[in-house]
Design a protein around this ligand. Structure first.
Ligand code: MIC
Ligand code: SF4
Length: 637
């Protein structure tokens, strides 16, 4: 039978289940990645489950998120991660070595392999033909311990790229087009598989940009074939392991979407969602305070060469701040050697460290009510660290031309210059930053490292009240904001103080008062838990006493995170019943030992004297997990 790429990789890694969309399957995971903001929890979970050695082919522990080191907290986390990686057998990539997804793509990912990462942008490695999936820390911890990964067999959507991009457009505009078409909700359990003649015009880093931002649509992952372009990328990285991978003639897909690359024009995501895509014409002239180039979406050598083509001999508009962060230390070295960094510095740009930095809001927050144009992938309200700032997302070409003018500007007038930038496959490779494990030494736990909260004990009756009622598109940045709170990622009691802080600053205090007396319910609209894979968005509410989330719909990674820690995700049988729940309503659910396995639960709203029919947002396997109070099987404490 003719197979598509997804079918080929999954069938060669399938451990159980039927490869039919919607069915639960288990697959073997070859590689894992963690980053520091999710990694501390992940390794604490490995420890508490008694895992002493990494069991899969390769695991890399990156430090790229919390590198600001104001106070001892970040450094405590780094030391823990370094020493446990050494002991358990993970490769350790310290701060300054580069951004996890860029390094993974350049140095470790391989076509045909499976990769599970505790970061939602793990799909970036789909650009090299690896089936790369983002998950919560506990799921990654289980994969590190050698357990199969459980997932829903996806719908596979074939995105056919035809033609060739205009010189002033780029792969970022392509993925913004994909976002414009598919939106940020309703794409769970889907894989975007890219094919068509147009892919031959895209290098591996350009393909990676497209796969990276598929995460914003909420898909399981995105993937490109592995072809001659992949082969020469691996060769230029001086790496082995190339295999060709493409769909068979006549392979079937659940849906098809065609994009003519030659018709793409520059696009921009407007505040406050990556899915709020507009053509550059609609936003041209918007005055800017700041332009930031970089992140795991757009920080390759090719990206920076394109930026240099625009900035060479020009100055950034006075009063506008331009910051540039390059994907990896090796890439920085290459760009120093070929003179690019000088061009950037002469233009007035600030060269930032090679980390997530501004993207996660832990530095370079715009001024109050500031307007920022960025090349990263998320512009949720407040994520940049300034609650009332307006953040736009664009290609590096649009960002560079806008930095010169001080207003959002199409890069079209730089067409001739941009057409001369050729993808270069000669770069410096500097692996000296990676620390390979010796399987010895003590694990160092500074005072910022606190134990994981106790798992829930399943109870057949839950009684409490609605602590918070929310609308649609609640992101994990709303639930557990990053930025200035990032340093508490390994300290749940402290981090919980920030829970919903940007939505309802009284939430923490109210929850602390109620948590011994009753269970907390949160009611929400569509697409609860968009964005990041941070399991803190489940762990902090859990610590505060939340036991149930009732929403119109959930996003994939977050729903798994809730279930992993025993919080019950429920959806409404009748959408209108969302209106029957208000803040402070008293709720009761009984006989849960019988109703949870049936998938249907009756929720009694005592305050309104009405029964509401809700469904458990879980498959059979997940229902068992809920009945066990979550997935964390403690051996050590
Ligand atoms: C993000 O881009 O939102 C993050 C920060 O990388 C997260 C991970 C985290 O919250 O630590 C993600 O994408 O999963
Ligand atoms: Fe880091 Fe931003 Fe990429 Fe997340 S999206 S991994 S914060 S660069």
């Amino acid at each position: 039978m003719a197979k598509n790429i997804t079918e080929k990789i999954i069938s060669s890694h399938l451990l159980s289940g039927n490869m039919k969309s919607g069915e639960t399957i288990k697959i073997k995971i070859d590689q894992c990645l963690t980053q520091d903001a999710t990694g501390t929890m992940c390794y604490l979970e490995c420890e508490s489950m008694g895992c002493e050695r990494v069991k899969n082919e390769l695991t890399v522990s990156y430090v790229d998120h919390n590198t600001i080191q104001v106070g001892f907290e970040n450094a405590d986390d780094h030391d823990y991660l370094r020493t446990i990686a050494n002991k358990m057998g993970s490769i350790y990539s310290p701060s300054g070595n580069g951004i996890c997804h860029t390094l993974q793509l350049e140095r470790f990912s391989l076509p045909g392999k499976t990769l599970l990462g505790s970061d939602s942008h793990t799909p970036t490695s789909g650009g090299i033909g690896s089936l790369s999936i983002g998950a919560g820390g506990l799921d990654v911890a289980l994969s590190i311990t050698g357990e199969p990964y459980t997932m829903i067999y996806p719908r596979v959507v074939n995105i056919i790229l035809e033609g060739k991009l205009k010189p002033y457009t780029s792969s970022k505009d392509v993925v913004l087009k994909v976002l414009e078409h598919f939106g940020v909700t309703g794409n769970q359990n889907t894989i975007f598989e890219y094919t068509g003649d147009g892919i031959k015009t895209l290098s591996v880093p350009e393909r990676a940009t497209i796969c990276n931002m598929g995460a914003e649509c909420g898909v399981t992952t995105s993937i490109f074939p592995s072809d001659e372009i992949t082969k020469s990328f691996l060769k230029s990285q001086k790496r082995e392991g190339f295999i060709p991978l493409s769909p068979d003639e006549g392979a079937k897909y659940d849906d098809v979407y065609k994009i003519d690359l030659s018709k793409i024009e520059p696009l921009v995501s407007c505040p406050h969602s990556p899915g709020n895509v507009k053509s550059i014409k609609e936003v041209e002239g918007t005055a800017l305070n700041q332009v930031l180039i970089g992140s795991c979406t757009n920080s390759s050598i090719y990206d920076i060469h394109r930026v240099c083509a625009i900035l060479k001999g020009k100055k950034v508009k006075k009063g506008v701040e331009l910051g540039i962060s390059i994907g990896s230390r090796s890439d920085e070295e290459t760009l120093i050697e070929d003179g690019s960094i000088n061009i950037l510095l002469s233009s007035g740009a600030r060269i930032l460290e090679s980390t997530c930095g501004f993207c996660i809001g832990n530095s370079l927050s715009p001024r109050s009510s500031g307007v920022s144009l960025r090349t990263n992938n998320r512009n949720f309200k407040g994520r940049c660290g300034t609650e009332d700032a307006l953040c736009y997302l664009s290609s590096v070409e649009t960002a560079a031309s806008s930095a010169i003018e001080g207003v959002i500007t199409s890069p079209e007038k730089y067409s001739t210059k941009l057409s001369k930038v050729k993808y270069s496959d000669s770069f410096i490779i500097d692996d000296s930053g990676f620390i390979y494990p010796t399987f010895t030494g003590d694990i160092i736990k500074g005072k910022n490292i606190k134990p994981i909260p106790d798992p829930i004990v399943f109870k057949d009756k839950i009684e409490g009240s609605v602590w918070l009622k929310l609308g649609d598109n609640i992101t994990t940045d709303d639930i557990s904001p990053a930025g200035k709170y990032l340093k508490y990622r390994s300290n749940i009691p402290e981090y919980s103080k920030a829970c919903f802080a940007n939505r309802d600053p009284s939430f923490y205090m109210r929850a602390m008062e109620k948590r011994e007396k009753e269970s907390g319910f949160i009611v929400s609209g569509l697409s609860y838990g968009q964005g990041s894979s941070r399991e803190h968005a489940a762990l902090c509410p859990l610590y505060l006493g939340v036991r149930c989330i009732i929403a119109l719909s959930f996003e994939r990674i977050h729903s798994s995170n809730l279930i992993n820690f025993g919080i019950i995700p429920l959806t409404f049988e009748n959408k209108e019943d969302y209106l029957l729940l208000d803040k402070d309503d008293v709720l009761i659910m009984e006989n849960l030992d019988v109703s949870i396995p049936s998938g249907k639960v009756k929720l009694f709203n005592k305050s309104k004297n009405v029964y509401i029919k809700v469904k458990v947002n879980a498959n059979e396997e997940e229902i068992k997990i809920l009945l066990n109070g979550g997935k964390l099987r403690r051996k050590n404490v």
